[in-house]
Design a protein around this ligand. Sequence first.
Ligand code: C2E
Ligand code: CA
Ligand code: CA
Ligand code: CA
Length: 279
Amino acid sequence: AKAAGRNNAQWFEPAMLEESNDKLSLSAALRHAVVAGELSTVYQPLLDLETGRLLGFEALARWRSSDLGPISPERFIPVAEDSGLIRELGGWVLRQACADVAALQREIGRNLRLAVNVSPRQLRGTAWLDEVLAALDESGLEPDQLEVEITEGLLIDDHGDAVELLERIRRHGVKIVVDDFGRGYSSLAYLSRFPIDKIKIDKSFVQQIESVDASAAIVDAIIVMAHALGLTVVAEGVETTEQHRYLTARGCDEVQGYLYSHGLPRHEVAAAVRRLEAS
Ligand code: C2E
Ligand code: CA
Ligand code: CA
Ligand code: CA
């Protein structure tokens, strides 16, 4: 019935109404969340595959609503994007994460990288560029310690403005990462014409390395081609030692996943890193 409803404009089903109500109340609650301090960030370690050494973290947004309980980013990020709240949310995550990683560096005793996710809407206008430079400056992190994760759709659909902004931030030394690579339909050869430094193989391929021959072959091809183009490759969603071994054998550069660590609240990071590097 749902599929039929979609193809037929005069049918507006109760489920659709519920969905749009849900989005409205969620965006109202999210507006409140930013002000009320209900947002937080967690940090998922990023490791060098060859040495097992910690390279840095990806900052991931978390929301625990006083009314609705914990809400997954898979739900609230699209709402933030549609309502425009993503600019405020993204700016908050960026400042918080820069400050946290600066403090973590002092605890852990060496410089670390920080990766943040950026939505297309944040790259309209030039405010974002100034925000990034200000957040770096305030925290004392160097631009080359920051990685900005975008999706390939942003590069392909853009009419020049976002790409130009990325080019400008990259000239400061910030690294550009294509997230979820392989989910879209663009080729790496095409993408490499854009200002990018690194690609992140989508976890759906990584998770099928053992079960689907084609996925293993795709992972393999992505690594070979990325290296041929001078790009760094990171695999996300690594959950098993078999996946870890496969990626090692194929020369993948960096890894992230539950096999190593979940995203951690700031106060749990230093202890977890000590355990991770001791193992
Ligand atoms: P993403 O950027 O692709 O982040 C990776 C997601 O996979 C995270 O989900 C992470 O917790 C999860 N993950 C990490 N390792 C594993 C693993 O081994 N197995 C599995 N199954 N999952 C793993 P999370 O935190 O729920 O975030 C979902 C998405 O929400 C992110 O996907 C990103 O697109 C978006 N997001 C999160 N925080 C932000 C933010 O601050 N700004 C923006 N624009 N988007 C964000
Ligand atoms: Ca990401
Ligand atoms: Ca991803
Ligand atoms: Ca290597």
